[in-house]
Design a protein around this ligand. Structure first.
Ligand code: B1M
Length: 233
């Protein structure tokens, strides 16, 4: 039985519900995030808007307070779990666009790094745009990337890193692709909060992707260019 003071999510306006969801994400309340996600969808919100305006924006606030020492790892883990629960509801909806097949992406978070929310989001958005996605998970070694390229023959290799200490591993992977003579077989896309264009250039990636939507646009653009080059001989 609900307490008189309990907030009934379904009775809130859209704006109040989104604000409440940000609080609930901050507090790591998984069930409330699931409920809020469902309510927004039932009200006609697109899965993309729920993702970006409620969940990603909520996680940004968590990130700021983590940085400032207001939140600690156990609390952030709860927030991450709540975020993932919302993403689980959205994933099939984002993937269900019926977009024509565009190519394949092998993606993983680099060795030493266990952050996977951003990578998962990129995977979801790429699936929604018609790409096949092979997700190698977290803490991915160069051997695992190479084995996946050999097995799946993807057009794209995606790498994610959230730590300044793990982002240099991207260069290890790209240098190995060069050594093995397979660098030109894949388009290498890199992303993660501490990266930028200059870093991507310096490690020899084909593109830096600021967020999931940019990843989709970049991938579409680069695959089109590759096809045009092949057609031109
Ligand atoms: Co971590 N953590 N964390 N953490 N964590 C950061 C990254 C940090 C910036 C927080 C801070 O201090 N402000 C900081 C790094 C500082 C630095 O390196 N300069 C940090 C730290 C220090 C740590 C630990 C070392 C803490 C500790 O143990 N003392 C530890 C490291 C563990 C390890 O990896 N070895 C750690 C642990 C954790 C948790 C486990 C608690 C949890 C991760 C849970 C999980 O992912 N399952 C966690 C979280 C959640 C964060 C923050 C708060 C949020 C990250 C996130 O999910 N953002 C983060 C703060 C921040 O980033 N502001 C922080 C939301 C997500 C949607 O955005 O990941 O940026 P993002 O992804 C975006 C884009 O970057 C891009 O698209 C995505 C979607 O739009 N993108 C790609 C990302 N990957 C891409 C790949 C692509 C393309 C685009 O390929 C093609």
């Amino acid at each position: 039985m609900a307490d008189e003071d309990d907030i009934v999510l379904s009775e809130l306006s859209d704006d109040d519900l989104v604000a409440q969801m940000k609080d609930d994400l901050y507090d790591g309340l998984k069930e409330e995030i699931e409920e809020g996600t469902q309510i927004l969808l039932e009200r006609g919100w697109t899965p993309y808007d729920v993702l970006t305006k409620a969940l990603v924006e909520g996680m940004r606030i968590v990130g700021e307070d983590f940085r400032d020492g207001i939140l600690f790892v156990p609390e952030v883990l709860l927030s991450a779990n709540a975020m993932k629960a919302g993403m689980t509801i959205l994933r099939p909806l984002l993937a269900e666009t019926g977009a024509p097949k565009q190519g394949k992406l092998v993606i993983g978070t680099v060795k030493g790094d266990i952050h996977d929310i951003g990578k998962n989001l990129v995977g979801m958005m790429m699936e929604g745009a018609g790409f096949d996605v092979v997700d190698l998970g977290i803490n991915t070694s160069v051997e695992e990337y190479l084995a996946a390229i050999e097995e799946h023959k993807p057009e794209f290799l995606g790498m994610s890193a959230l730590l300044t200490t793990t982002m240099p591993y991207m260069k290890v992977v790209i240098d190995t692709l060069v050594q093995q003579g397979i660098r030109d077989d894949v388009i290498v896309l890199v992303g993660g909060a501490p990266l930028n264009e200059d870093f991507a250039k310096a490690v020899g990636a084909d593109a830096y992707c600021r967020d999931a939507a940019v990843t989709v646009e970049t991938a579409k653009d680069l695959i089109k260019r590759k096809h045009n080059q092949l057609a031109a001989g």
